[in-house]
Write a protein that binds this ligand. Sequence first.
Ligand SMILES: C[S@@+](CC[C@H](N)C(=O)[O-])C[C@H]1O[C@@H](n2cnc3c(N)ncnc32)[C@H](O)[C@@H]1O
Length: 225
Amino acid sequence: MDKRALVPRPETEWTAELAIRAAQAAGSEPRVLDVGTGSGCIALAAACEVPGSRVWATDISGDALELARENADRLGIRNVAFFQGDLYGAVPREIAGGFDVIVSNPPYVTSAEYEELQPEVRDYEPAGALLARDSGMEFQKRVIEGAPEWLRPGGTLIMEGSPSQIPSLAESYGAEVVRDLQGLPRCLLLRRIEASLHPSGLTARTLCDYILEEQQLLKREGGEP
Ligand SMILES: C[S@@+](CC[C@H](N)C(=O)[O-])C[C@H]1O[C@@H](n2cnc3c(N)ncnc32)[C@H](O)[C@@H]1O
């Protein structure tokens, strides 16, 4: 680890564990996408722990990706592909609708919180790995709202956030909250439902499809998604 990426936090081990479990439950050759991979900690854990898995990892930061690639090489992990770009924009289009698991720990610190961070965090870690607009939820909302297009029906989104944000995001999107090992609301979980079940009502499982359909409807009507 060095200044090129966020130092992985202990709570992210739990996020990686959830991604591993979801990938293991998905079948023999699960496809996993890690959005905002940083050092690659989540992507590499999934690639290593789930035999047969294929993992895609994206980040907007070239420095972070360079470090993640070095970490993959050092660990001898070959089943991860790295892409640079803005969230899902970095992922090759032909895999749209094909991921069994999407996992993300996007930036979520507000500018006010950033000013209050300890100097060793503010001065050592890249601001782009921490800061987000819209009360810190800018990237989180984009990760959730973009997920239906990239998940296969039945696929799962796991997103890490701060315990002050996850409950309200979960309520807004009808997601399930997963508590961390300290009992704090740390991740939210959404599942894209099988197409045949939609639109039977809105639950944590149906919401991803609902968002996707709403976006397509808006596009057809000439509005902005
Ligand atoms: C909180 S860090 C998480 C890093 C790593 N996944 C972890 O859990 O330790 C967020 C990561 O998202 C990346 N990021 C920020 N904005 C992004 C964007 N628009 N598209 C893709 N990645 C982005 C940052 O460079 C950073 O590596």
